[in-house]
Design a binder for this molecule. Structure first.
Ligand SMILES: *Cc1c(COP(=O)(O)O)cnc(C)c1O
Length: 459
């Protein structure tokens, strides 16, 4: 007998994950080690501890522990807004006329509006446990800054957010939420740091970038007592925390014995798609499934699809350790695109390795197509999606339409990483037909590639 699958599959509190899943432990081919930018040797904990909390560093460098317990203090934080619903897209399926089953995991129901709270909580919890007083970070579109402002308010830490200048101008309400939670927000580049002053001297009219803002936040953390820097994506420990998305999804799907054939997520630095796919990728690497995994990025910032696999800095001022990743070059400044959360030059080293070895697929989409997909989705499913998340929607719709052609009844799962309530100016441009598609030329990309460090490891 087939059991009807509910539109929303929820978990009870006692079914929620008590461990994060560290996918690296199940990768036979590990991501390449993080290198110290001075010595070009693999970093050790002590190299990273002046910048990051100790526990974050420990998790960052741990390639072997498969299950890492979620401390009670973080489980309590998660309970305030999790589990996130896993939704069967019955209405979208019907509108598309596809034989495919489509599911999505919706991470946008908390006030910050995205999955980023899943790592903001743990990173702030550890900082508090270690006796730190304040944190610094960067934010692009504002989702990460908002998430961290919420976590800092919850655990009682001070926070300074360097917000990419164009975003702070485009999104005054994001800034207002962060400030209301008690964070200090500084548009970046600013004259409050040496790296900010340098970037401003080179280009006084720059609208900033995530890379610039990271440089400022790292510098401020190093120069402030009992202060550390936290990053919202890209790094291994962030993907570890985000595995809560995939773990919850898997527990929910297993209740109905649903096995996804295709899993799709949007990719900026890779944390939401990395977290969603983690437990399913673990099964695939163990030869237990044949699931396809697809990361979707904007055509304006195509790290996977047009980038180089090389050691590069995580920031523009070239101060961070070196990560081997798909990158457009730390000097690449993407054109204005409304999916602000996807405007980053690099990509998670874990996902980069999986992509390089052929376990993960990637594709890029132009923003007008992405908004068209977003609107098709919101008209049927009722949820206003973030422009970032809509990249995943676009690919999920395409895969479902492919099934319509072939008659295959595939199970498609995608990550709906956030809501679009702070992105209404983007929807206004789309409605007014003034949204343009800015795709970098090969020449533009060459300029970015020239900023990739010229070290023996990149030869
Ligand atoms: C930040 C953000 C992203 C991109 O970041 P990843 O680390 O790639 O997940 C995607 N969607 C939303 C809603 C975001 O806020």
């Amino acid at each position: 007998m087939t059991q009807k699958i509910p539109t929303r599959i929820y978990l009870n509190e006692d079914e929620m994950p008590r461990y994060w899943y560290n996918l690296r432990a199940d990768m036979k081919e590990k991501p390449d080690p993080i290198l110290h930018p001075g010595t070009l040797k693999p970093v050790v904990n002590a190299d990273m501890e002046p910048i990051f909390c100790k526990e974050a560093v420990k998790q960052e460098l741990d390639d072997n522990t498969k299950l890492i317990p979620i401390p009670e203090g973080i489980q309590n934080f998660y309970r305030a807004y999790r589990p996130a619903a896993l939704i069967r897209a019955y209405y979208l399926e019907k509108e598309l006329g596809t034989p495919a089953e489509i599911y999505y995991k919706f991470e946008g129901t908390n006030t910050s509006g995205s999955h980023k709270l899943n790592s903001a909580g743990p990173q702030t919890f550890y900082a508090k446990e270690e006796g730190l007083k304040s944190l610094t970070t960067e934010t692009g579109a504002g989702q990460w800054g908002t998430a961290l402002a919420m976590a800092c308010a919850f655990y009682g830490l001070d926070l300074t957010v360097y917000m990419v200048k164009v975003s702070s101008e485009q999104k005054p309400y994001r800034k207002a939420v962060m400030e209301t939670y008690g964070a200090k927000v500084i548009p970046s580049p600013s004259n409050t740091t040496e790296s900010g002053r340098k970037i401003l001297a080179a280009d006084p009219n720059t609208g900033g970038s995530l890379g610039c803002a990271i440089s400022e936040a790292v510098e401020a953390a190093i120069k402030t007592d009992k202060c550390r820097y936290v990053l919202g994506s890209v790094l291994n420990h962030v993907l570890l925390h985000q595995s809560v998305i995939g773990l919850e999804t898997k527990i929910a799907l297993d209740k109905y014995n649903i096995k996804p054939d295709i899993i799709i997520g949007c990719a900026g630095g890779g944390s939401n798609v990395g977290g969603l796919i983690a437990p399913f990728m673990g099964e695939k690497l163990a030869g237990k499934s044949n699931t396809r995994f697809i990361a979707v990025e904007p055509a304006s910032c195509p790290s996977f699809t047009r980038g180089r696999y090389a050691y590069d800095f995580a920031d523009t001022a070239q101060t961070t350790p070196l990560l081997r990743m798909y990158t457009l070059g730390c000097g690449f400044i993407p054109s204005a695109n409304h999916a602000g959360g996807l405007r980053y030059h690099g990509m998670s080293p874990i996902l980069s390795k999986l992509y390089h070895d052929g376990h993960l697929e990637a594709r890029s989409e132009i923003q007008t197509d992405v908004f068209a997909a977003a609107i098709r989705f919101m008209k049927t499913e009722g949820i206003l999606p973030a422009p970032e998340s809509s990249h995943a929607i676009k690919a999920a719709i395409d895969e479902a339409l492919e099934c319509k052609k072939t008659g295959e009844k595939k199970v498609i799962l995608f990550g709906l990483s956030g809501t679009g309530y702070f992105d209404l100016s983007a929807y206004m441009s789309y409605n007014a037909k003034t949204l343009s598609d800015q795709v970098p030329t090969d020449e533009d990309l060459q300029k970015g590639f020239a900023s990739i460090p010229n070290i023996p490891q990149n030869k």
